[in-house]
Design a binder for this molecule. Sequence first.
Ligand code: ZN
Length: 271
Amino acid sequence: MPELPEVETIKNQLNNFLPLKIKHVFFSDKTSRLIRQKDFKLESGIITNIYRKGKFLIFNFDNPDHFLISHLGMSGSWRISDKKLVGNEAKHAHIVIEGDKKVLSYVDPRRFGLAYFLNKENFEKKINSFPIDISEPTFDAVHIKNIFDQNPNKVLKTLLLDQKKFSGVGNYIASEICARAKILPTRVVSTLTQKDCTNIKAAIDLIIYGALKGSGTTFGGGYRDAFGEKGEGVNHLVVFHQKICQMCKKTEVIKITLGGRGTYYCPHCQK
Ligand SMILES: [Zn+2]
C-alpha cells in the first residue's frame, strides 16, 4: 500500500510537469466506487499544483472553486506519460487527463482508491477534518506524548496505525518506527517516557527521509511511482521483511501478528 513517502514521491514527480492544461478527460466505466463526490465536471482548465496532506493528494486548478482530493488506496498511482498508457496499465487507468504536454492517468488495479471532485466549501469541510500528519513540523515529541497520555492502555504499534492519530503511518513504517526508536512494538504506551517520544519522532523523520531518498518503497510488485518505476526505499529497512536486523547486523528478526498485521522486531535492539 502506498504510504506517506510513496504519496510524497508521486506528488513531487507530478509537480515537475505542472501547470498542465487539460485538453480532454476520460473516465473508465469502473469509477462508481472510486469517485465519491462530484461537485464539478472535470473537462477543461489547468492543474496548477498538487500538494499532500497525510496520504491524500490535493490537486489545485486555475478555477479557485475546484479541488480534487485523491487517495491511492491499496494499489493506486498517478502516472505521467507522453502518450496514453497501453496494454495492462491502460486497462486499469480509471481517470485519464490528456494535457497540452503530458498525459496524467490514475491507474488502480484493485480499485480501493478514492477521488473527490469538490467545490471550495465542501473541500474546506473535508480538509479540516484531516488530522495533522507525521511529516508536519507540529507533529513533535510533545504531540506524540499527548497522544500516548490520551490512550495509555494502547499497544504502541497498534496505536501507530491509527490514521486519526498518526496520519501517514502504514504497516511497514510502524514496524520501522518501533525498530529505529529501539522500542518493542508490543509495549503499552503508558510505559513510554518523554525520551522514548523524542526517539519516536527522530525515527519518523529518519524513515520518511530514507524512503523518500529511494522514491518510496515497493514490496513484491506493488507500488509504482509516477513513471511506473518501483521504489528503492526497501534498501533502508532495518526489520520489516528482513531476516537479520540491519541495526545490530547479527540478531534474527522476529515476526509476530499484532492487530492482524505482520509485525517485525529485533529482540536484541528493541526493549
Ligand atoms: Zn538488532
